[in-house]
Design a protein around this ligand. Structure first.
Ligand code: CA
Length: 224
């Protein structure tokens, strides 16, 4: 069963295709949002935090390849890449771009939905996996964080903050990105909120868990 909260971002610049795909997804019980260019898609990934992205390779502005790189830079998000030709798919697979599945146009909406469901099932199977980062273990399902095997009590916001940084791997997140990912809004005026929560997470988990990258933001510290 598809839950109503499963949100899919459809990145497609051809309105007829975008509407057909979105309509089909909605009729299957998904929530669907359309982005008609690459930059909008990257922004919407940050603010809407969709569960999966259907991504057309050939887009105006930045192409699907670049969109895929940018949205995967800060968070592992399932992607179904849509190409115009089979050789494009071969090229993408060769590059190892990180899409979970590929579909070549023309495709039937039914086929697409089947692929989407399969990718979501695989993603769900991996979602509960805990993140082991040096001396820190983060369990997203249980919302538990341990340092050197000892559970450390964090507030829900502190937990989300260390989780998004750990999920981002080595990527540096700006305060604005962290506001969007943890607090769910894009208001630059909240930057001090980020700083104060970073301080409290460091106090509880150790200074080495979050790195300050001056002029940019914060990154996970990979505590040993
Ligand atoms: Ca296109």
């Amino acid at each position: 069963m598809v839950t109503t909260s499963t949100h899919i971002l459809v990145v497609e610049d051809e309105p007829i295709i975008a509407d057909a795909v979105a309509d089909r997804l909605r009729s299957e019980g998904f929530e669907a949002t359309i982005a008609s260019d690459g930059l909008v898609a990257v922004e919407q990934c940050m603010t809407l935090r969709p569960d999966l992205v259907i991504l057309d390779l050939n887009l105006p502005g930045i192409d699907g390849l670049e969109v895929c790189r940018r949205i995967q830079a800060t968070r592992r998000i399932p992607v179904v890449m849509v190409t115009a030709r089979d050789d494009e798919t071969d090229m993408l697979v060769g590059l190892g771009v990180g899409a979970d599945d590929y579909l070549t146009k023309p495709f039937s909406p039914r086929e697409l939905v089947a692929r989407v469901k399969a990718v979501l099932r695989r993603a769900e199977a991996n979602a509960g996996a805990s993140l082991d980062r040096g001396s820190l273990t983060i369990d997203p399902a249980g919302r538990i964080v341990c340092r050197d095997g000892e559970e450390v009590h964090l507030t829900p916001t502190e937990f989300d903050l260390i989780r998004v940084l750990a999920e981002a791997g080595n990527a540096v997140l700006s305060r604005e990105q962290m506001l969007a990912m943890v607090w769910g809004y894009r208001d630059g005026s909240g930057a001090r909120t980020v700083d104060s929560h970073v301080r409290s997470v460091r106090r509880k988990l150790g200074d080495d868990t979050i790195r300050t990258v001056h002029g940019v933001g914060y990154a996970f510290g990979d505590p040993t």
